[in-house]
Design a protein around this ligand. Structure first.
Ligand SMILES: [Zn+2]
Length: 68
């Protein structure tokens, strides 16, 4: 049996506070991402990991249930 690791990145909108996830494609600082809920353009300014982040800063509320 082979086992693979999946990286799951959580994005938090600076404008509406919604969050969503993206697997395996690593974000880079300066990347621009549209929020799937409010549509505003966010810029990635840092990638926090379990080593340097306050745990769960994106995940304190449920993701938006209306995101397709
Ligand atoms: Zn938003």
């Amino acid at each position: 049996m082979k086992v693979s690791l999946e990286y799951l990145y959580h994005f938090c909108c600076d404008y509406c506070g919604s969050w969503w996830s993206r697997a395996d494609i690593e974000p880079v600082s300066g990347e621009q991402v549209h929020c799937p809920r409010c549509g505003k353009l966010n810029t990635v300014d840092a990638i926090q990991t379990f080593r340097n982040a306050a745990r769960g800063s994106c995940l304190q509320k449920a993701p938006d249930p209306h995101v397709p």
